[in-house]
Design a protein around this ligand. Structure first.
Ligand SMILES: C[S@@+](CC[C@H](N)C(=O)[O-])C[C@H]1O[C@@H](n2cnc3c(N)ncnc32)[C@H](O)[C@@H]1O
Length: 239
């Protein structure tokens, strides 16, 4: 800093310095979260199908059934080991992304004989490298409670979906009160090790979107999971 600098110049410099520090800290914090997710899913990958095929079956089935009634290019974010892949109709083109290479490796093996998979790419659902209005349908199953910033993921899904297109979320949402709420609050401290956040109220999704919630379906087992189907404002899919 030189003595000829005016006070506004100095304040501008200070603001810039603070901004750079803040960006660096939040980048590092995000990196830690991503690392926690990657570590957790590298651990899960060998057992994931065995443990989660049955309990998460209904959500996948319900989402894929709805998607199969539509047309076009599907983005599945947080595709994991790709358990949904063989069930998508052959009239659809499917692209999958996930942050975990260990999970994607399994998805790639699973997709080897399927003719309608456009790509399985390692990518952050909160920072998609697809252009705006690219997909007819986007879907994230059991992903929102796992990501550090669900609002950012939802914004990205909306961004890459064509106007008039469909965004589907399947999730566990935490109970507001009662014994289930107590268990979920207790499990929260293990979120990093589990690789998902057990305390996840619906408001964390709904208050961050202006998309129209067209349909909501409570799913088995025991109504633990919910499917939400949103429509992005604008034209009709296929425009
Ligand atoms: C509970 S698993 C669900 C996998 C799959 N959707 C299913 O139905 O079995 C969550 C997946 O989200 C992925 N994931 C977590 N954070 C992510 C992020 N920021 N971007 C993309 N994928 C992410 C994890 O690697 C994991 O494969």
């Amino acid at each position: 800093m030189t003595s000829s600098e005016t006070l506004p110049d100095r304040l501008r410099k200070l603001k810039l310095w603070l901004q750079r520090r803040w960006n660096r800290i939040s980048r590092e914090a995000r990196h830690l979260d991503e690392t926690a997710v990657q570590t957790a899913y590298a651990r899960w990958a060998p057992y994931y199908d065995m443990v989660f095929r049955a309990p998460l079956y209904w959500g996948r089935h319900a989402a894929v059934k709805r998607i199969n009634a539509l047309e076009g290019h599907v983005l599945e974010a947080g595709i994991g080991t790709g358990m949904s892949l063989p069930h998508y109709g052959k009239h659809l083109t499917v692209t999958g992304i996930d942050l975990s290479e260990a999970m994607l490796e399994r998805a790639r093996i699973r997709s080897a004989d399927l003719g309608n998979i456009a790509g399985l790419i390692c990518m952050d659902a909160g920072n998609l490298s697809f252009p705006d209005d690219h997909f007819d349908i986007t879907v994230a199953m059991y992903v929102m409670p796992v990501v550090p910033d669900p609002a950012r993921v939802l914004r990205e899904l909306e961004r890459v979906t064509k106007p008039g297109g469909t965004v589907i979320l399947v999730n566990h949402f935490s109970a507001a009160h009662g014994p289930r709420a107590m268990v979920e609050r207790g499990l929260k401290r293990y979120a990093d090790r589990l690789g998902w956040n057990p305390e996840f109220p619906k408001s964390r999704v709904l208050r961050h979107t202006s998309m129209v919630l067209e349909d909501e379906e409570t799913l088995s087992p025991f109504g633990l999971f919910t499917l939400m189907s949103f429509r992005k404002a604008g034209g009709t899919p296929g425009d």
